[in-house]
Design a protein around this ligand. Structure first.
Ligand code: NAD
Length: 273
């Protein structure tokens, strides 16, 4: 989709970080916006930063199918169409695979996988029916490509989000739909991702184990050393215009992906040191 002005974009997880940066970049392109998040204060700030254009806000827990259905109803009802859907909301949780509880997986998969699935299920049929050009951007991560130690729950959720993006893109192509898909796989980005526990539902709270605390420290340092969210937003707009499926934020990840494939084909376990 080359022309973005006057089109409609929906961004989940838009109260902070990458979601906010995408919303602001879309606003700068002259798009109408629906921004969604569980954090009302952050959403209001995003809307204020987006300036004079049309921006609607909707409190939405993406892990809740009925909340995402309500979001879609508002988008199509009040804005008439959706051209760009960004399933971006996400949370990080660290720790060894064997210390992660059912509540941990319920939270991380609920947001990072079910959030994307609910977005697809509620928006995509109506975007197809609209019969215009459109684009679905799923925020995955390099954790969807590699399984570095200490981030098992997150890695599982992001591998599933990448598989979801691939399956969606193949199905849309086979159906001859006018929609394209991007799997956004950033490395470290300077956001609040290491502080995801701030939005963890009380019913899924657990006491962090030491391995979880250590992983969070590491991810916090990584995020602080990362690129700016606005750089990611620029790559997303390019990907929409150029109909690019995979977006990496650094060429070193392409090298690592080739090396991983070669290592796996020898039967060995890849190392990410
Ligand atoms: N920051 C990084 O280094 C990095 C790298 C790769 C991928 N990502 C991915 O980028 C996406 C955005 O994260 P970020 O880095 O901007 O972090 P962030 O914490 O700054 O923003 C995430 C946003 O998601 C919202 N959110 C959390 N749970 C939600 C829910 N149930 N429903 C709706 N909104 C919810 C939060 O309130 C927050 O506004 C995530 O999918 C994350 O996994 C981040």
């Amino acid at each position: 989709m080359r022309e973005l002005a006057d089109k409609v974009a929906v961004v989940t997880g838009a109260a902070s970080g990458i979601g906010r940066a995408m919303a602001l970049r879309f606003a700068a392109e002259g798009m109408t916006l629906m921004v969604a998040d569980v954090d009302y204060g952050g959403l209001a700030e995003t809307a204020a930063l987006a300036g004079d254009g049309k921006v609607l806000t909707q409190i939405t827990d993406v892990s809740d199918a009925s909340a995402v259905a309500h979001l879609a109803n508002r988008c199509f009802g009040e804005l008439g169409a959706v051209h760009v859907l960004c399933n971006n909301a996400g949370v990080y949780q660290g720790g060894h695979m064997w210390t992660r509880s059912e509540a941990d997986f319920a939270w991380v998969l609920g947001v990072n996988l079910w959030g994307v699935l609910h977005g697809i299920h509620t928006f995509v049929p109506r975007m197809i029916e609209q019969d215009t050009e459109g684009h679905v951007v799923n925020t995955v991560s390099v954790a969807g490509l590699f399984a570095a130690p200490g981030s098992g729950a997150y890695t599982v959720s992001k591998h599933a989000a990448l598989a979801t993006s691939l399956a969606l893109a193949q199905d849309l192509a086979a159906a001859g739909a006018k929609l394209r898909v991007t799997a956004l796989c950033p490395g470290a980005v300077r956001t609040r991702i290491a502080d995801s526990a701030r939005v963890r539902p009380p019913g899924l709270l657990t006491t962090p184990s030491q391995d979880e605390v250590d992983s969070l420290d590491q991810v916090s340092r990584l995020a602080e050393s990362g690129i700016e969210p606005s750089e990611v937003a620029d790559l997303v707009v390019d990907a929409i215009r150029e109909e690019r499926f995979l977006v990496l934020t650094d060429p070193k990840y392409a090298t690592r992906l080739r090396l991983q494939t070669e290592t796996l084909l020898t039967g060995d376990l890849p190392s990410y040191q």
